[in-house]
Design a protein around this ligand. Structure first.
Ligand code: RIB
Ligand code: CA
Length: 330
C-alpha cells in the first residue's frame, strides 16, 4: 500500500533532489507539495517546484504556497548557497500556467482531515506552526512528521550552533516541538549530525551521468553552484545534500539510527535556532523527538541512485568503491 505523503519544502537545490527522489518511488504517493519561504522566497520556491515537477513529468501534482515570511523574525533567504534563482543559477525555463490559489495551510488541513497522511518537511516549520495555531486537530492527524532540521552534536551551518531551517524560523520550530511534547508525540529530526555524511562527490555525479545522461546532466546543472559554494565555504570537494536523506529515512528508517529525547528550541540571542537535545534527561520532560545520530551513506546512495535512475540496487556495483569507507551506520 502506498504511503500518502505531503512534502513541504523551500526549493532549493537539495530540496529539488529530494523531490526527484520521492517522485521516483512507488512506495509513496506524493499527494501535494507545499512551499515555505526559506532558501528561496515563496514565489521563487513555487516556480522552482514547478520546474522540478516539469522535469519529472509530474505536473499532475498540486503545489501550494505557504508562509512568505517567518512567524516573528525578519526573513533571511539562503540564495547565497542556492544561487540567485534558488536552483544553482541553472536558470531553467519558467513553467507557464499551472497556478493554485488555495493556501498551503488550508490544503494541509483539508487533506489531514480526510485520512492518514505523513509529512516530510524540508524547510523551516512555519507552515506547521500556523497549522497548529489554526487547526490543531489536523496537525495531530499527521501520521509521521519527518523534519530535516536541527543538529545535536554537529556544528551549525548558519551559526556556530544552529541549522538553517530552524534558525530561519525558530519560533515556528519551537511551537512544533512544544506541541509534540504537549501531545506526547514525536517529530523525527533529521539533523546535520546525519545529513553531513551525505556528500554528493564529483565521482558520484560522474557515475550518475554515465548511467543516465539526461538525469546526470540535469543534476550537474542544478548542483554546480552548490559544489562551488561548498568548496569556497568549507573547502569540501562535493556538496552536502541534506534533504534527500529525509526522504530516504522516511522510505527506510534503517538508513539511519538515533534515540528519543526531549528537544527544546532557542529562539533568540547568539544561540538562536539551536536545538537543545536533552540526551541525558536532565529535565525529565517527555521525549518529543526522535533524533537521528547515525546513517549509512552507502545504503543512502544505493537508494538515491536506484530511485532516480530507475535501476536495481544490485546493478550499482561501483557505488561501494565510490563511497569508500563511509559504509554502515556510522
Ligand atoms: O540546513 C539545511 C537545510 O536548509 C536544507 O533543507 C536546505 O535546503 C535548507 O532548507
Ligand atoms: Ca530545504
Amino acid at each position: 500500500m502506498k504511503k500518502r505523503v505531503i512534502i513541504d519544502c523551500d526549493p532549493g537545490i537539495d530540496d529539488s533532489l529530494a523531490l526527484m527522489m520521492a517522485l521516483s518511488s512507488d512506495a509513496i504517493d506524493v499527494i501535494g507539495i507545499t512551499i515555505v519561504c526559506g532558501n528561496s522566497p515563496i514565489d521563487m520556491g513555487f516556480e522552482n517546484a514547478k520546474k522540478i515537477l516539469h522535469h519529472m513529468g509530474r505536473l499532475d501534482i498540486p503545489i501550494y504556497k505557504g508562509a512568505d515570511r517567518p512567524l516573528a523574525k525578519e526573513y533571511v533567504n539562503a540564495l547565497d548557497t542556492h544561487g540567485e534563482d534558488g536552483l544553482g543559477e541553472s536558470f531553467l525555463e519558467e513553467i507557464a500556467g499551472y497556478d493554485t490559489h488555495e493556501q498551503a495551510v488550508s490544503f494541509l488541513a483539508r487533506i489531514l482531515h480526510q485520512g492518514p497522511c505523513s509529512v516530510i518537511a524540508l524547510g523551516p516549520l512555519t507552515n506547521f506552526a500556523q497549522l497548529i495555531q489554526e487547526d490543531e486537530k489536523a496537525f495531530d492527524a499527521i501520521e509521521r512528521l519527518v523534519s530535516m532540521g536541527g543538529t545535536y552534536r554537529s556544528h551549525g551551518n548558519c551559526s556556530p550552533v544552529a541549522e538553517y531551517n530552524y534558525w530561519e524560523d525558530p519560533e515556528a520550530a519551537e511551537i512544533v516541538y512544544r506541541h509534540m511534547e504537549q501531545t506526547g508525540k514525536q517529530i523525527e529530526m533529521v539533523g546535520l549530525d546525519v545529513t553531513r555524511q551525505i556528500v554528493l562527490t564529483p565521482d558520484l555525479l560522474s557515475y550518475i551521468e554515465r548511467l543516465d545522461e539526461r538525469q546526470g546532466a540535469f543534476i550537474r546543472k542544478i548542483t554546480k553552484f552548490y559544489f562551488d559554494f561548498h568548496w569556497s565555504q568549507e573547502h569540501l570537494i562535493g556538496c552536502v545534500i541534506n534533504d534527500p536523506l529525509a526522504v530516504a529515512y522516511f522510505l527506510d528508517p534503517a538508513v539511519c539510527a538515533g534515540f528519543s529525547s526531549h528537544v527544546d528550541l532557542v529562539t533568540d540571542g547568539p544561540a538562536r535556532g539551536q536545538t537543545i537535545v536533552d540526551a541525558f534527561d536532565f529535565y525529565h520532560r517527555s521525549h518529543n523527538a526522535y533524533v537521528l545520530t547515525k546513517c549509512d551513506p552507502l545504503a543512502f546512495f544505493q537508494m538515491f541512485l536506484a530511485l532516480i535512475l530507475h535501476k536495481e540496487k544490485e546493478s550499482l556495483d561501483l557505488l561501494e568503491n565510490l563511497i569508500g569507507d563511509r559504509k554502515g551506520i556510522s
